[in-house]
Design a protein around this ligand. Structure first.
Ligand SMILES: [Zn+2]
Ligand SMILES: [Zn+2]
Length: 274
């Protein structure tokens, strides 16, 4: 399991360095919560026949949407409170305060709010709620629930036929990518559920731009990383090139080990796709 390997890697890094940077310390605790909750979940049954999966793939529809995503609201609410407390301990990483997270932790999640989150719509809470942080908290709490669907459905994804800019399982946007070791094919990583899917090498997943005049990439000094940028939508996507002998294949962890590339992208005038 990837999360187990990530935890091992973080422990090894801590041994070598003496301590972990705060961000990685936070991340390790978050993965521990998500892994534990993941173990408590029953295997979901999405009720999709092979024919339905084939049909959805042809139509570019993700396999799980807000309408067939089922979850235990009580467990989700409990996970949400626990992650909010963790975020509160590391509030400085999010330019916030522990008080703000304590307030957010009291939010009552409802089927409506989960549906709005799922669809990327404004959350149905009025007042001075910080929507960005609340979405981030829901994301952290809901992840093990989404991942349980991924583990059931990943083998049914028709990779060669999908090749869309959004996740074939949950419909989320990619926030990282990698070039395959064997043939350099590009795979995207879902920001919500960590599903990996095959995508074109020179196409923007955010706006479907294929005009080579407005697409480019920068390569890091050692050739290990790439920064793909699109001048049509002004979004960027990071990648690790697994053909590089030094590249480590713990892809979800690479998101956090490459924050200097995010800074570089912002300097160049590009933003991440939310
Ligand atoms: Zn996904
Ligand atoms: Zn674009």
């Amino acid at each position: 399991m990837t999360s187990g390997r990530i935890l091992d890697r973080l422990d090894a890094m801590e041994k070598v360095e003496g301590s972990l940077p705060r961000l990685l310390e936070f991340y390790r605790k978050l993965i521990q919560i998500q892994t534990r909750v993941g173990r408590e979940l029953n295997k979901p049954n999405p009720g999709l026949s092979a024919e339905a999966i084939h049909q959805r793939t042809a139509e570019g529809k993700a396999l799980i949407t807000a309408s067939n995503f089922t979850y235990d609201l009580r467990l989700l609410q409990g996970t949400f409170r626990e992650t909010a407390a963790l975020f509160g301990e590391y509030a400085d990483l999010f330019n916030s305060t522990s008080e703000e997270f304590s307030k957010l932790a009291e939010t009552d999640l409802t089927p409506d709010s989960i549906e709005a989150w799922y669809n990327g719509e404004p959350l149905p809470y009025s007042g001075e709620v910080n929507q960005t942080l609340l979405k981030e908290l829901i994301h952290a709490a809901i992840k093990p629930f989404l991942v349980s669907y991924t583990s059931v459905l990943i083998d049914s994804v028709e990779q060669e036929r999908w090749r869309r800019g959004h996740c074939p399982i949950c419909g989320g946007n990619p926030d990282f990518s990698f070039l395959e070791k064997e043939n350099g094919a590009r795979w995207l990583l879902c920001s919500r559920c960590d599903t990996e899917w095959l995508f074109q090498r020179l196409k923007c997943p955010y706006c479907d731009n294929t005009d080579q005049q407005t697409l480019s990439y920068y390569t890091s000094d050692e050739g290990m990383y790439r920064l793909y940028v699109c001048d049509n939508c002004k979004h960027y996507l990071k990648a690790i090139d697994l053909r590089n002998p030094g590249a480590n294949a713990l892809i979800p962890l690479e998101r956090l080990l490459t924050l200097e590339i995010d800074a570089q992208a912002r300097d160049y005038g590009y933003s991440p796709c939310e």
